[in-house]
Design a protein around this ligand. Structure first.
Ligand SMILES: [Ca+2]
Length: 326
């Protein structure tokens, strides 16, 4: 009895380890990624109570469970938003969004925004969300108000300090952090996606997919990233004015990133044993903690296999005894 209790405990532990390692992926650059359920949204978007556990919706947003979250429909004067309920607290992350901008008119607007801001879930004049925001806004601007010489749609990042306003009449030019033209991102024949990758104090990169599937165009990349507020919500919003479009979010997939080559991996550390900010110190603990985890795992698997063998043997012996009675 005692042995079987211990075994079931060990089995649960082994299952937990298996489940974690199943989701985590390490690429050839040593970047380990773990999906972040709290900031991920996929069809059918809603649970059985017609709610989303991790996201709120508002304004003119409508949801078609098998297809999209439509921030605005192709009608004038619409605005809608979608915001995470909990802040994104990961140090390093990747957010991949599939979206679709489409409509029937020859002229169309105004575009949509992706947010990582202190503010959340508040309608306003910046692509349907609040102005004077604090944090990062990325605008997929499909209507050129006034930027002579710039090809639209134009994708640009703005870092808000909570005070300055977005200059809509000049498409935010004076406060542009970085950006790129993306002709063809509206009404593309392939699924359109944006991938934003952030390593705190190290880099920020935006890539776009709209020319061909599985082909990412670099929009911008910097090694001097802005500071994202420690409490920042992930959101999307859109608006239409006189001109309109459908602005659809198809999916949002967010991952926690760990640089296993340059920093200790927090998931293999005990709480409080390191802040993960040991740049320049090389990689003192990673190998050690990794091999200890592996060592522990091997012992665990041995116990599980040996235990399973023992249980099987006991069952076989009991059966033999029963058989001997006849
Ligand atoms: Ca504009």
């Amino acid at each position: 009895m005692r042995l079987s209790t211990k075994l079931s405990g060990l089995w649960l532990a082994a299952c937990a380890i298996a489940a974690t390692s199943d989701k985590a992926v390490t690429n050839e650059d040593g970047i380990r990624s773990i999906p972040l359920r709290t900031h991920t949204l996929n069809s059918p978007y809603l649970d059985s109570d017609m709610q989303s556990r991790w996201f709120d919706f508002g304004g003119n947003t409508i949801i078609r469970a098998d297809q999209y979250i439509r921030l605005t429909s192709d009608r004038p004067s619409q605005e809608g938003w979608l915001f995470s309920r909990v802040p994104l607290t990961a140090t390093n992350w990747e957010i991949e969004v599939e979206f679709k901008i489409h409509g029937s008119g020859n002229l169309h607007g105004d575009g949509f925004a992706m947010w990582l801001t202190k503010q959340r879930a508040t309608a306003g004049p910046v692509f349907g969300s609040a102005d004077q925001f604090e944090g990062l806004g990325i605008f997929f601007d499909t209507y050129k108000n006034n930027r002579p010489g710039t090809v639209f749609p134009y994708v640009m990042a703005m870092v808000g300090d909570g005070v300055k306003s977005y200059d809509k009449s000049n498409d935010g030019k004076s406060d542009e952090f970085m950006g790129c033209s993306a002709r063809g991102i509206r009404g593309a024949s392939v699924p359109t996606k944006a991938k934003l990758t952030y390593f705190q104090d190290k880099s920020l990169k935006l890539e776009l997919q709209y020319k061909a599937e599985d082909q990412w165009e670099l929009c911008f990349s910097t090694e001097e990233p802005p500071t994202i507020p420690s409490v920042a919500y992930l959101g999307f919003s859109a608006e239409t004015g006189e001109l309109s479009d459908n602005h659809d979010i198809i999916s949002v997939n967010t991952k926690n990133l760990y640089d296993t080559k340059n920093r200790p991996d927090p998931s293999t550390q005990k709480p409080g044993s390191g802040s993960g900010r040991q740049r320049g110190k090389g990689r003192p603990d990673k190998k050690k903690s990794g091999s200890w985890t592996w060592f522990f795992f091997k012992i665990l698997m041995f116990v599980v296999v040996a235990g399973g063998g023992y249980v099987g043997f006991t069952a076989w012996r009991t059966q033999q005894r029963r058989a001997n009675r006849f």
